[in-house]
Ligand binder design. Structure first.
Ligand SMILES: C[S@@+](CC[C@H](N)C(=O)[O-])C[C@H]1O[C@@H](n2cnc3c(N)ncnc32)[C@H](O)[C@@H]1O
Length: 185
């Protein structure tokens, strides 16, 4: 079965101004889909879980491309948030940020001009065209656009910081939200 025919996204940019490109077609095709137990409510960030309920299923035509992936502990899953129902706004307030408004591009909101999500997950096992992972923060049957390995030293930066989140009160509590760690409020 091919998942591709169900999830093909083609965007045509209107005639641009200034530095914007003119009439360029971008075509993205999903490489598979993500399966999770979440139908319409998911954590804000991945929450780890036991079991085999989180996996990415890859279209058969891309399976050879999974070679050597299992040598990595962690991967990025890049997905298309296909069930956005809200209007995109340039200023947003993350649900855990106590009403603070920040620019959309300084947030991890899925409601953005291109609704792409990026989640880092641990590979548990790969069986044929299924990559079983630690917990995910996406709805069941979300289109998967790409997979990339998370590479030690290349991807973790020693001087990374918390940006505007560090300006919030109760930073310790908020960092639990950021990391998707379950806790009592
Ligand atoms: C805050 S985003 C973070 C996604 C990713 N970890 C990131 O940082 O880009 C996670 C939320 O996206 C929403 N979401 C997940 N899958 C979706 C889908 N297929 N369509 C629309 N919204 C989705 C859920 O409300 C979930 O809580």
């Amino acid at each position: 079965m091919s998942y591709l025919e169900n999830f093909t996204f083609i965007t045509t940019l209107k005639k641009g101004k200034g530095h914007m490109p003119e009439n360029i077609n971008y075509k993205l095709e999903s490489i598979g889909m993500i399966r999770t137990p979440y139908q319409n409510n998911a954590p804000y960030q991945p929450v780890d879980a036991d079991g085999e309920e989180f996996y990415a299923i890859i279209d058969h035509k891309y399976v050879e491309g999974l070679s050597d992936l299992k040598k990595f502990n962690y991967i990025y899953l890049i997905f298309y948030a296909d069930r956005i129902s809200r209007e995109v706004e340039m200023m947003v307030s993350p649900p855990w940020a106590d009403g603070k408004k920040v620019g959309i591009f300084a947030s991890r909101s899925p409601v953005r001009p291109n609704p792409l999500g990026l989640s880092i997950v641990r590979i548990k096992k790969i069986v044929e065209n299924k990559i079983y992972t630690s917990g995910l923060d996406v709805f069941d049957k979300t289109p998967l656009l790409d997979i990339k390995p998370y590479i030690k030293d290349l991807d973790n930066k020693d001087n990374a910081n918390y940006g505007w989140v560090a300006e919030m009160d109760d930073m310790a509590h908020l960092s639990l939200h950021i990391k998707g760690i379950p806790h009592d409020y």
